[in-house]
Ligand binder design. Structure first.
Ligand code: DP6
Length: 326
C-alpha cells in the first residue's frame, strides 16, 4: 500500500453554487465560477492500512461522527474504484484559521480526493478528481483545477465537473477577506442548499445563471474589472436574496457586512477598483487588483467590527506533495 500527501487551496466563488438537483450526488442547479486562493491551503495525508475502521485527524484533533462519515463516504468511492477493502487513516492540516470565514470544505475534499485516489493506486484525470471531490463538498470540485475555474452543472455525475478557464498568471486579482465578528451560529452550506428551493426567488436566480456565467467568464477572460465587479456583486446579492427568503430564512449578513458593501461601492465610485462577494457567512471577500491590495487591506481593517483581513492572490491546482510505498 502507498501513502500519499496532497495539497489544495480553498476558492472564492464569483458565480455561486446554491442548491442541488440531486443532494447525495451534489449535482448543482446551476454552474459556478471561482478563483483559487493562493497561500492558503489544506494538506492531507491518506494511508490505507489494516485497521478496522477509517480514522480522521484534522489540525491534530481526532474527528468522529458526521465529519468522519463524510470522509469515509469519499474513501468508499475510492475503494470501489480501486477494488480494495483496506480502511484508511486521513490526517489533515489547514494553514488558515478555521474561524477566518474561509470555507475549509472545498480545500479539504479536493486534497482528500487527490491523496486518497493516489494512495489507492488510481491515476485519475482532472475531471475524474473534480467529480470525486464534488461528492464530498460541491465547491471542492472547483479546487482541483488551476487558477480561475468553472464548474459546469452537467446533466449527471459523469459531466458535472470543473475545469480551468485561465491560469493564475492570467490576471493578478487579489481577495482581501474582511473577517467580521459574528456571534451567531450559522447554518452550514449543506443545510442551506437543501432549503434553497423553498425561496420563491430561486427559480429566477437559476434561470438567469447562464447569463451571469457568461458575463463573469467574459469579464475574467477580457480582464475587465468594472464588468467583473458588477456581476460578482449581483450574483452574491442574488444568492443572499434567496437565502433571506427561504424557509427557514437564512440571514448570514451582520451589520458590519452591509457596512463593508457601502464602503466598497464608495471606494469604487471614487476610482479605487474593488468589489464584494459573500459566501454562507458574515465575512466579506473584497476582490481587487494586487496593486490595490495594501490600501484595501488597510481601509478594511479600519472599518467597525472587522477583526482581521486576510489577503490571497490566485492559486494553482490541487497537487501531490509526496507519495511513497510503505
Ligand atoms: C455559498 O460546497 O460548502 O460558498 O456541497 O454542502 O459542502 P456542500 O456545500 P459547499 O457550498 C458552497 C456555497 C457557497 C457558494 C460557492 O462556493 O459556490
Amino acid at each position: 500500500m502507498t501513502i500519499s500527501t496532497a495539497q489544495s487551496h480553498p476558492n472564492i466563488a464569483f458565480i455561486k453554487y446554491w442548491g442541488n438537483r440531486a443532494a447525495v450526488l451534489r449535482l448543482p442547479v446551476n454552474g459556478s465560477i471561482s478563483m483559487n486562493l493562493d497561500g492558503l491551503f489544506t494538506r492531507t495525508t491518506v494511508a490505507f492500512n489494516s485497521s478496522a475502521n477509517d480514522s480522521l485527524v484534522v489540525n491534530n484533533r481526532a474527528e468522529t461522527g458526521k465529519s468522519l462519515e463524510r470522509v469515509s463516504s469519499i474513501l468508499d468511492l475510492v475503494r470501489e474504484m480501486a477494488k480494495i477493502k483496506e480502511k484508511a487513516e486521513a490526517t489533515s492540516e489547514n494553514n488558515f484559521p478555521s474561524g477566518a470565514g474561509i470555507a475549509s470544505s472545498a480545500a479539504a475534499f479536493a486534497a482528500l480526493a487527490l491523496a486518497a485516489s493516489t494512495a489507492a493506486g488510481l491515476n485519475l484525470s482532472e475531471a475524474e478528481l473534480s467529480r470525486l471531490a464534488r461528492r464530498g463538498s460541491g465547491s471542492a470540485a472547483r479546487s482541483i483545477p488551476t487558477g480561475f475555474v468553472e464548474w459546469q452543472a452537467g446533466t449527471s455525475d459523469a459531466d458535472s465537473f470543473a475545469f480551468s478557464i485561465a491560469p493564475p498568471e492570467h490576471w493578478n486579482l487579489t481577495d482581501c477577506v474582511a473577517v467580521v465578528n459574528a456571534t451567531h451560529k450559522k447554518t452550514g452550506s449543506t443545510e442551506g442548499h437543501a432549503v434553497a428551493g423553498t425561496s420563491p426567488l430561486q427559480n429566477a436566480r437559476v434561470a438567469d445563471a447562464p447569463r451571469r456565467l457568461e458575463l463573469c467568464r467574459n469579464a475574467l477572460l477580457n480582464k475587465d474589472f468594472e464588468a467583473l465587479a458588477k456581476i460578482i456583486e449581483l450574483d452574491s446579492d442574488m444568492m443572499h436574496a434567496v437565502m433571506l427568503t427561504s424557509a427557514p430564512p437564512l440571514m448570514y449578513w451582520q451589520a458590519a457586512t452591509i457596512g463593508i458593501f457601502h464602503a466598497v461601492r464608495e471606494w469604487r465610485a471614487s476610482g479605487l477598483p474593488a468589489a464584494y462577494t459573500v459566501d454562507a457567512g458574515a465575512n466579506v471577500h473584497v476582490i481587487c487588483l494586487s496593486e490595490y491590495a495594501k490600501t484595501i487591506q488597510k481601509r478594511l481593517s479600519e472599518l467597525p467590527d472587522v477583526s482581521e483581513v486576510l489577503v490571497a492572490g490566485v492559486g494553482g491546482p490541487a497537487r501531490i506533495v509526496s507519495a511513497s510505498v510503505t
